[in-house]
Design a protein. Structure first.
Length: 267
């Protein structure tokens, strides 16, 4: 199907379904300041075994931005509302960064609907140094627009060798365009939600199979942080993608795809 707008109560979400009907559902959730197209390098691999639902988080991509701030419970509830609207009883779920954090909330509060999660480059807590990032970024976006966040964001999201390689230009350009297209209100609302992140003490409650994936040089969700998360999650697995930063699925899609495929096959 082409991208469609689905009404869920007072909000609307843009989504797209790929893959054959009858296969198990897998839902993909984007990072802050991107949209569902960030998963394009994974689509062929995933649709070989799953029917894939990609959606734009509220205020991102083609999903309208309701007045913020938002809470993580809102973003989690959006997923359940979308599943209800599309008559998806259960699904696996993979998200990166904000999407990965959403996966944790789903596993904790909706284990009856979520079969397994893959949390990529997403932390479970918000220490003070992490919280301090967001008010300045929100202010900058409101004052100068999302374009002002493009270069500093790309510097954090991709490793220096990747950014210096001319072959990476299409990925960097496409990612920069996603950031620019993000609604300022949607960015600010979701950034506010991240300031309330506090899933870490509850990770031992997760009862569904979980895989944590992280880039070796990720500054936002450092490998030691995510490894500790995996150790606190019953039965969870952990994969380190070497020499990449935050958007591990875009910087090394070959290694990322192999890790996801192997884990899903093993499940």
């Amino acid at each position: 199907m082409n991208t469609a707008i689905v009404e869920i109560g007072e909000i609307s979400l843009a989504c797209r379904i790929d893959g054959d009907a009858g296969k198990p559902w897998l839902i993909l959730s984007n990072s802050l300041a991107t949209d569902h197209s960030m998963w394009s390098p994974q689509l062929d691999m995933l649709t070989a075994s799953h029917q894939v639902l990609r959606y734009d988080t509220r205020g991102h991509g083609a999903s309208p931005a309701p007045q913020g701030p938002y809470a993580l419970a809102d973003l989690v509830g959006d997923v359940i509302g979308l599943m209800d609207k599309l008559e998806i009883q259960t699904a696996s779920f993979m998200g990166l960064s904000l999407g990965g954090i959403t996966s944790l909330g789903l596993a904790l509060d909706h284990a009856d609907r979520i079969e397994r999660i893959i949390c990529c480059d997403g932390r479970a807590d918000a220490p003070e140094i992490y919280k301090q990032i967001w008010p300045a970024n929100i202010a900058r976006a409101r004052e100068a627009g999302m374009d002002a966040l493009v270069e500093p964001t790309l510097e954090r999201w991709f490793s220096e060798p990747f950014r210096a390689d001319d072959a990476s230009s299409p990925v960097l350009s496409a990612t920069g365009d996603m950031i620019r297209r993000t609604s300022v209100e949607g960015y600010a609302g979701c950034a506010a939600a991240l300031m309330g992140l506090d899933y870490l003490p509850r990770l031992p409650e997760i009862s569904v199979p979980a895989l944590y994936i992280v880039g070796e040089t990720d500054p936002a969700a450092p490998p030691d942080v995510m490894k500790a998360m995996a150790e606190q999650t019953p039965g969870a697995d952990f994969v380190l993608i070497p020499e990449v930063a935050h958007l591990s699925n875009l910087e090394r899609p070959d290694l990322f795809n192999n890790a996801v495929r192997d884990w899903l096959d093993g499940q």
